[in-house]
Design a protein around this ligand. Structure first.
Ligand SMILES: Nc1nc2c(ncn2[C@@H]2O[C@H](COP(=O)(O)OP(=O)(O)OP(=O)(O)O)[C@@H](O)[C@H]2O)c(=O)[nH]1
Ligand SMILES: [Mg+2]
Length: 392
């Protein structure tokens, strides 16, 4: 069922969140984990997230079951889950607590990462789909780049490091990020770029793991994605970059990684994971931080839009007030305007614009309150990457 658009939805834009990365890097896992973990992540926040349609809800349920099924056998390979074959939109709605009117649409887009690079033999005809996906990405307000932490951390030789760059299609990601940042320049719309290493359980000690390679992981990520960060930082205004490692499973540990040659001088790495004996349940970590960042960016921008709208209505009310004064100050025009009905029309405008100004100011205040709470929430894992640091 599609929810009816409220008065507020008419002025608030639909926000777009796009995943960006090749096949197997963890796009679907991270997105499903974020949406799955949202009720817990937002439990003490002044916002709620709801699916806007049944399709999004069913899609989410089935992906969630696949993730759970993946760990049911106690051990699994990094290619255990089937990759996606089609694009998938998840349509959600952000509501601000205690207000039935402030509803903001957010669309998330997931797709098969294989589409990122056209297949050399042209075997699969995904071109029209990719064109649509690419348009969504370029128009997105937030781009989330999942990164395979295992590959980054385990690559030792020059060939393996080369394989990591090729596997993540970093050159293609750079080009898309640059185009995205260029298109957004001067639009005043927010831009949030998130670098999110996944499969991080083996390297972080805050979710049942024994090893703490937190700083090494961040260094490896920012080094590998330096070109992406720079191309974004050079162009993006009103932008924010976040580094946030995510465990979509949390309860597993890497036991081995094979760098299998793929026959074309490259590697097709495959990791094997074991579910930790004392921790049989999925424990998502890090996804909540991304969700909170997304909500904060959205509420903050929409609050400004509402304030602008309130000021706009207030100026129109002032104009109607002035017009009314002019129409009623002298007796003859006063009678004429009353007879022609102009006075009543201007009076209606005064009431309507005055009421709308108050209403939108109310929305702006509710949103500002929500932003204040979201902004003071401490991240568990996420860290801001400063533009100055990147372009230095
Ligand atoms: N160990 C570990 N494995 C993970 C984690 N998240 C995802 N995986 C595994 O990584 C594999 C790929 O994840 P997907 O989310 O399907 O990757 P994708 O980017 O959506 O791939 P495509 O749909 O082919 O584009 C799956 O087999 C998952 O089991 C994690 O946090 N830890
Ligand atoms: Mg996928």
């Amino acid at each position: 069922m599609t929810m009816p658009a409220s008065g507020f939805a008419a002025i608030a834009p639909t926000f777009k969140v796009a995943m960006l990365g090749p096949s197997g890097v963890g796009k679907t896992s991270i997105l499903v984990s974020m949406l799955d973990d949202a009720p817990r992540a937002l439990a003490h926040q002044p916002v709620l997230l709801r699916e806007r349609d049944d399709v999004s809800q069913l899609r989410l349920q089935s992906r969630r079951e696949q993730l759970r099924g993946g760990i049911a056998n106690h051990s699994f390979d990094s290619d255990a889950l089937p990759g996606d074959r089609n694009e998938a939109y998840y349509q959600l709605e952000l509501r601000v607590h205690d207000s039935d009117d402030v509803r903001i649409n957010i669309d998330f887009l997931d797709y098969p990462g294989g589409w990122l690079v056209p297949s050399p033999d042209g075997a699969e005809d995904h071109r029209p789909h990719w064109d649509e996906v690419r348009r969504f990405i370029i128009d997105a307000d937030m781009i989330l780049i999942p990164i395979d932490a295992v590959l980054l951390m385990e690559a030792r030789t020059a060939l393996q490091r080369k394989a990591v760059v090729a596997h993540h299609r970093i050159a293609a990601v750079e080009d898309i990020v640059e185009e995205w940042a260029t298109v957004r320049q001067g639009t005043g719309r927010p831009s949030l770029l998130v670098l999110a290493p996944v499969k991080t359980e083996t390297y972080l000690a805050d979710n049942g793991g024994l090893n703490d390679h937190d700083r090494e992981l961040q260094t490896a990520v920012t080094r590998a994605y330096d070109g992406v960060l720079k191309r974004f930082a050079y162009r993006a205004t009103a932008a924010e970059t976040l580094y946030c490692p995510v465990d979509t499973l949390g309860c597993v540990e890497l036991t081995r990684l094979d760098w299998r040659p793929d026959g074309s001088g490259n590697f097709q790495p495959r990791g094997r994971f074991l579910v930790r004996p004392g921790q049989p349940e999925i424990s998502i970590r890090g996804a909540a931080d991304i969700m909170i960042a997304i909500c904060r960016v959205i509420t903050s921008y929409t609050g400004e839009v509402a304030k602008q709208q309130a000021q706009d209505y207030s100026s129109r009310k002032d104009e109607a007030d002035a017009q009314h004064r002019e129409m009623t100050v002298h007796l003859v025009p006063r009678i004429a305007n009353w007879i022609t009905g102009r006075t009543r029309a201007v009076e209606r405008d005064r009431t309507r614009f005055g009421w709308q100004s108050v209403q939108y100011m109310g929305y702006a205040e509710q949103l500002a309150k929500a932003v204040a709470v979201l902004a003071t929430t401490k991240y568990q894992r996420a860290r801001r990457i400063s533009v100055e640091e990147v372009v230095r």
